[in-house]
Each structure stands twice: as C-alpha cells, then as structure tokens.
Design a binder for this molecule. Structure first.
Ligand code: NAP
Length: 498
C-alpha cells in the first residue's frame, strides 16, 4: 500500500516579524500543471489584518526615522539572502504558478533580486529642490517623508516580482507594509517576509496576510488605519480597491490590466517581428499585463507575418514546468483556461480566423495551446478585452496614421511596441502611442532603473525605478523666517496701520 503524505499546514500570515496562525480554515495551493496540492496554509482572519496593521503602525516610527544608510544596509542584505535562496524561490514560484522553470530562474527571481538591490541603493538617494531664500525673507527647504503604513494587494501572475515591486520602494522610503498576495500564490511572498526578518528588518515593518480578495483584500483596502493602498491586478478590482481607499481619502497607486499593441511597419525586420511577437505574447503563458496581444501589421507584410507566427508558435514546447526544455506552462487555473477558451471560441463568430491553437491539449493541468487569431474585427472581444492567455490577435493597417489610431483604440495604456527601421517612424510611434512604455524593435524587457506603470484603464503611478520611490514619499515644505522682525512685509495685506 502506498501512503500519500499531505503537505504541512503553513502559517498563512507573517505579523510582527513572526509566522502567525490563528486557526480557522486552510487553503490548498494547487499546481496548475498537475492539479495536485503543493502546500496548505492557514488563511488570515479579519483580526489578523487588524493585528498586521497595528504592528505596521507601531513599527513605522522606528523604521521611518532610521537613517537612509541603515535602511539601505538591511535591504542590501535582503538582496543577498534572496539571491542565496534562489533555488527555493524558483521551486515555490514554479510549483504555485506553473511557470516554466527557465522563466522563474532567468527572469522572476534574478529580476526580483536586482530590484531589491536597486532599492537598497535608492534608499540613499532622496532628491528635491535646493534649499534657498525663494521669498528673500525665508529659507525654504524640502523634506521627503515616508507616507506611512502601506497596504498592498498583489496578483498571482508574478507573485514574487509583484510583491518586490510594491514592497521594496515602500521600505526604501521608510514606510511599513502589510501585503496581501493572491490567495492561490502566497508562498514566495511569505518567504520574502521571512528573509527580510533574517536580513535584520525590524519586526512589524513588513507583514503578510493571506486570503481571498473578497475577504482579506476588502478588509485591508478599506482599513482606516493605513495611509496608502497600492494595488496590482485587474482593472475592475483595482477600481473597487480605489473606491474602498477613497472612503478614508487614502493615497492610492494602481497597476492594472493591459492590451498591448504590437505595431509592425512595412520596413520592419519581419523575422525579428515574428519571433518578437511570439515571445512577447507567450511570456508567462500570456499572463503578463504587458504581453503583446494586438498585432497591427502593415498590409504588405500581413500574410507572411501570420504564416511566420503560426509556424513559430507550432514549435513551442508545452509541458512540465519543472523541465528546463519546457517553453510554455499551464494557465493559472482550469477556471481561467475556460475563460480564455471561451473568448477564443467566440472569435470566429465575430469574424476572426483561428490560424493555430484554440485548443487545450489532452491530460491533466490547465494547459492551452499557443493561439493566433487573424482578421479580427476592431470591435471584437478578443481585440478589445484582456484575455490573459497565450493568444495573439492580428489585424492589418493601411498607413501610418491608421496604425497609430488602431494602437490607441483601447481603454488601456500600459505597454506597446513599434517595429521599424525608420528612425522617424520610431520617434513618431514613441511620441504618439498612449502607453506607459513603448518599446522599439522589442517587446517585454524591463529594467529596475526604469519605471513601469500605465495610463487610462491600466492605472496610474509607477513601479520600479526612482519614480516608484516617490509614490511612497510625501513632500513637505519647511519655510523658516530669517528676518526676526515682528512687522513682516506681507502683514501689510492684513494690517493697514499698527
Ligand atoms: P485580480 O483578480 O484583480 O486580483 C488581484 C488581487 O486583488 C488579488 O490578490 C485578489 O485576491 C485581490 N482582490 C480581488 N478582489 C478584491 C477586492 N474586492 N478587494 C481587494 N482585493 C481584491 O487580478 P489577478 O487575476 O490576480 O491578476 C491578473 C490581472 O492583474 C490582469 O488584469 C493583469 O493585467 C493585472 N496585472 C497588472 C500588472 C501591472 O503592472 N499593471 C502586473 C501584473 C498583473 P484573490 O485573488 O486572492 O481573491
């Protein structure tokens, strides 16, 4: 007889520098590749959210008044510990998301470590206007102060990176944090909090509460005793989070959905555009807010582009995400696969032609084949709505004006790319396409020094870079009289005679 051992039940919260389990229901983390549980943890209760916020409030003064050098040293140590824990972080990320091990090893974890390292440095680089006598009678100076207690809510697609993008600039700025990762992918966020404790982060500065959005998420987003709410996730949920925070007038920052255009002009390197569109649309099984989703291709290149993309998509290896030869892992859940499949199946009814894919392979897990849909109409669902799967839709354009118009014909504005060898076209595309990032002759790369964040329905505010540090800082003007006189010049506007 074989016995199947159950995974141990983990503490689902990290509060005041320690794991916390207060009882109550547990949740199984399931591998999307197998459908089998890989971990089980205790869900946070509303009282845990209160405890986490109180802990963050209590820790705020000490951390926000630590010197930049002291904060930097702790974050640098965290980067080192995260780097040393790469194997564990990769294993957790692959198990809980099903993303291919090559992606986790070469992108998620090293990218996160680099981002932590960047913010260790950024903690020492607060900037502002020069102090000076702008009025003549006063010295004005600028202080940048931590916003306070930050509530953060993150999605399941890049659990570690999304946590790092939100938590690290907040910590570098001197804020304390309570983060709620997605219920289905809490493991690497909990590990990050533990590593932060080992790096010397004072208890209470970085807290984690786990559970569903409807439960723990709403409690946290609407909590009266936080100072700011930052969110990464879908546009509808982001708007609900903003409404909950607005009840208390709390500052918000939202990184939301996307529907990135991929514009191929008639002078583009066609092979580069074909390969770039497949890589850009299939990264993380298309579950990437910046993924290429709408290819807008010059009419003379259209047929060759469609044929080339279909050929490259056909060679993509789908399979066990732990296998280094696997290119494409599963979608996050069977329910999400059903949503993706439904959108693809409705596409022909709106004029789309499924060139390749459009089916799920046999077997366990929530896999879905790379899918190319050509000739879609501008009003069709697959052209307008976020699919968040390995699906690229294609249309042609007539001239450059039409290309830019189609690229901008979306409520979203997170990312876009333009493919051309003409410097003037590249300049025009980067100027006129309405998106937080425009790539030229590439699509997807990000870098810690540069900002990430959208326009319109994709949200507002920035992750990564010095700009994201600013999200977590309040600017204070200090104006000191330097005359020492009672009768100040401006008093004449109040007193005619004294
Ligand atoms: P989601 O459904 O919006 O969930 C995001 C987070 O919000 C999860 O932790 C979720 O909790 C929580 N949540 C759900 N309802 C809530 C509520 N009423 N109040 C407070 N929190 C609530 O998004 P997702 O499906 O996880 O992620 C995919 C989406 O994220 C896509 O739209 C993608 O474009 C976007 N995204 C954007 C960026 C960016 O940088 N712009 C980056 C990555 C992803 P539970 O899941 O635990 O219920």
């Amino acid at each position: 007889m074989t016995t199947v051992s159950s995974p141990p039940v983990l503490a689902g919260s990290w509060i005041d520098g320690a794991p916390v389990s207060t009882g109550g229901p547990t949740h199984a983390v399931v591998s999307p590749a197998t459908g089998r549980p890989v971990a089980e943890y205790q869900l946070a209760q509303p009282a845990d959210v209160d405890a986490a916020v109180s802990s963050a409030r209590a820790a705020l003064r000490g951390w926000s008044t630590a010197t930049p050098a002291e904060r930097s040293a702790v974050l640098a140590k965290l980067a080192k510990l995260a780097d040393e824990a790469t194997a564990d972080l990769v294993a957790e990320e692959v198990s809980q998301t099903g993303k291919p091990v090559r992606l986790a090893t070469e992108f998620d974890v090293p990218g996160s470590v680099d981002n932590i390292d960047f913010f260790a440095g950024a903690a020492r680089h607060l900037e502002g206007k020069a102090s000076g006598e702008y009025s003549g009678d006063h010295t004005s100076s600028i202080r940048r102060e931590a916003v306070g207690v930050v509530a953060t809510i993150t999605p399941w697609n890049y659990p570690l990176q999304m946590a790092v993008w939100k938590v690290l600039p907040a910590l570098a700025a001197g804020c304390s944090v309570v983060i709620k990762p997605a219920e289905i992918t809490p493991l690497t966020t909990l590990t990050l909090a533990r590593l932060a404790g080992e790096a010397g982060l004072p208890p209470g500065v970085f807290n984690v509460v786990t559970g569903s959005g409807a439960d723990v998420g709403t409690t946290l987003a609407g909590h009266a005793d936080v100072d700011m709410v930052t969110f990464t996730g879908s546009t509808p949920v982001g708007r609900r989070v903003m409404a909950a925070a607005a009840v208390h007038g709390h500052r918000t920052q939202l990184e939301l959905g996307g529907k990135a255009p991929f514009v191929v002009f008639d002078d583009a390197d066609l092979d580069a555009a074909i390969q770039g569109s497949v890589a850009g649309s299939l990264i993380n099984t298309g579950q990437d807010c910046t993924a290429a989703t709408r290819a807008i291709v010059a009419r003379p290149l259209y047929d060759d582009f469609v044929a080339g993309v279909a050929e490259v998509m056909g060679k993509v290896v789908i399979g066990d995400p732990h296998d280094p030869d696997t290119d494409l892992g599963p979608l996050i859940t069977l329910a999400h696969r059903a949503k993706v499949a439904g959108m693809v199946e409705r596409a022909p009814g709106e004029g789309g032609r499924i060139v390749t894919g459009g089916v799920a392979p046999e077997g366990p897990g929530s896999f879905y084949r790379p899918t190319l849909i050509a000739d879609v109409s501008e009003q069709s669902e697959v052209w307008r709505d976020e699919i968040f799967g390995p699906v690229l839709a294609v249309r042609s354009f007539t001239d450059d004006d039409d290309a830019i118009r189609q690229a901008n014909d979306t409520a979203y504005g997170l990312a876009a790319s333009a493919w051309t060898r003409d410097v003037y076209r590249a300049q025009r595309a980067s100027r006129e396409i309405h998106a937080g990032c425009v790539w030229i002759n590439d699509h997807i790369p990000i870098i810690s020094e540069m900002p990430h964040g959208g326009f319109g329905a994709s949200g507002f505010g920035k992750d990564m870079s010095q700009y994201s540090l600013e999200e977590y800082l309040s600017i204070k003007h200090v104006m000191s009289d330097i005359t020492g006189v009672v009768d100040k010049a401006w008093h004449r506007t109040i007193f005619t005679k004294r």
